[in-house]
Design a binder for this molecule. Structure first.
Ligand code: SF4
Length: 217
């Protein structure tokens, strides 16, 4: 699996952001991947036998040529996987809506409504509704006192695939082990046991958290 960073720009400021230091193009004047530069990356995916083009950022849908990037990847028969906060331009949303659900998965990273703000959360809800079964919710656990109940109503209300929750990072957690922040890090031996039960015992105390009750697949 390879993720392609196509944007160093984001319209959110999540406290757990794994890429915060690099947002805004700092360290480089390049805020967005040049469309022509995608081809070399797609060549790499082809050589590696990968059938997915996985776009992330920053916020990938803010790329001014987002639709073109998707088209280039689709021309190589890649399934499209997008990691987004759901606050996307209409053109990007229309581009994703036009793809069959079997060829497109959009992991929409949401925060608790009280933290996101009502207007932001409603924009995200509207996007998730339009994406329907293309959408999978992502929720990052970066405090011990989070309240994930809103995800259930969001899943029921939007027709999305379900939700995946995990320790504070914007990355998707399927098949991955990530180190939780100190505030929720548990006993190292228990973490190892959890990982071992999943057959991933070499990860030195890292733990993956998923809340199966939230999955409506
Ligand atoms: S976690 Fe994602 S949505 Fe939040 S600030 Fe970072 S890149 Fe943006």
């Amino acid at each position: 699996m390879a993720n392609l960073t196509i944007s160093a720009v984001c319209n959110q400021h999540c406290p757990y952001c794994f890429t915060g230091d690099h947002l805004g193009g700092s360290g480089s004047n390049r805020r967005f991947l040049e469309p022509g530069d995608l081809d070399a990356r797609l060549d790499f995916l082809d050589r590696s036998g990968m059938d997915q083009a996985r776009f992330l950022g920053g916020e990938p849908t803010l790329h001014p040529h987002f639709s073109e990037l998707v088209e280039r990847a689709r021309a190589r028969n890649k399934k499209i996987v997008i990691f987004t906060n759901g606050l996307m331009p209409q053109e990007s949303l229309a581009c994703l809506e036009a793809l069959p659900a079997t060829e497109c998965q959009v992991l929409v990273n949401v925060n608790e409504p009280a933290e996101a703000g009502e207007a932001t959360f409603e924009r995200q809800r509207a996007t998730i509704r339009r994406l329907g079964e293309r959408a999978l919710l992502g929720f990052n656990v970066y405090r011990a006192d989070f309240r994930p109940g809103f995800l259930l109503s969001l899943i029921a209300d939007s027709g999305c695939k379900g939700a995946s929750a995990g320790p504070g990072t914007a990355l998707p957690l399927r098949g991955q082990c990530l180190r939780p922040p100190p505030s929720i890090r548990g006993d190292r031996r228990k973490d190892r046991a959890l990982c071992s039960r999943r057959g991933r015992g070499q990860c030195e105390g890292r733990v993956r958290l998923r809340f199966r009750a939230l999955h409506v697949l």
